[in-house]
Design a protein around this ligand. Sequence first.
Ligand code: F3S
Length: 401
Amino acid sequence: MKLTDEEQEMLDGEQGPGVQKAIEIVVALGTIYGAEQLVPVSSVQVSGVSYKNLGEAGIEFLTEWADAGARVRVPTTLNPAGMDLLRWEEIGFPEDFARRQQEVIAAFVRMAIEPTCTCTPYLTGNLPAFGDHIAWGESSAVSYANSVIGARTNREGGPSALAAAISGRTAVFGLHLDRNRMATHRIDVACPVESVADFGALGCMVGRIVKNRVPYFVGIQSKGMEVLKALGAAMAATGAVGLYHIEDVTPEARLGDMQGDKIEAVTIESLDEGYEGLNGDDNTVDFVSVGCPHASLAEVQKVVDLIGERELTATLWVTTSRQVRAEAERLGLVARIEATGGHVVSDTCLVVAPVEHFGFKTLATNSGKGATYAPGHCGLNVRYGSLEQCIEAAVNGRWDA
Ligand code: F3S
């Protein structure tokens, strides 16, 4: 691999052991995947933040790296942690978990990372430009950055994203290269796809079909940030899709450009299979969570409108970024949700929080990604449907199909 003088200096340890370790990781990954060079990154999103996933070994790893003097050299944001960092006590997170989570965040802050703790960094100031090389972890954000923004990132893991932030480099392979950004599958959508839940169901179906390749959708009329983030998150959950194209919607959608000689074609006639695959059969709902990926302000507003003046029976979490929560607070939306007994939870989400601690049995959600992970990661039964159905379930404690 060809390195610049500065990259070689980093590798030789001239910028300290923290930087040396970072560029060693970047170079090792590049070597494995056949990269010929490194490229500067303009931003990084670090995943692997929740103590639930990191455990003690994770704290030790991060603390050692911070102790070695590692500091990020490009704007770097963090994925959701395992709790609301400000309101954990009020929401009922266990104290021992909270203390360990705070240690994790402290290690990241020592490395000069902003503790933003959201999976929608593109809504809160970490917004790359078209064509930028970036190094993002968090599969839903990767998908959004590649597909909707047209930036270029592989699906980074926690350590590799952090290594990119500290060295300011990533290796040029995978989705950084033009040839890997072309479509492999044409997906003709022959049924209506409108709501966030519809896009999540579609994404779960297509993720299973295309796995880690690149679908090109034809026939999708609805657009908007909320449905696009839901689609990408779902495909990344059931497959490993890091990039998709939608005809007349996403910036690199050109069906003429495809990988290989022959594109595989699939027609989706109905979303039933997607909905059925995500739905259990428990009709008593005690936990409702919306905002996966983290809710936009418009989604918070919609929750308020749907609840109206009613009180909730089930626990409701609307998960979002701290910035969106602050805007919602200014508009009186947080107070409206709290008055019904619900929570607007920032910095975390149902998948990375220790929800087992709360004793919930059955979750209702409109997130394809959340519904995919909740049984395995949180031991929950799941009901999956529209935001309207989820809010009715929060009010009545029952799922009406
Ligand atoms: Fe975000 Fe958590 Fe969903 S990280 S995409 S809200 S699983």
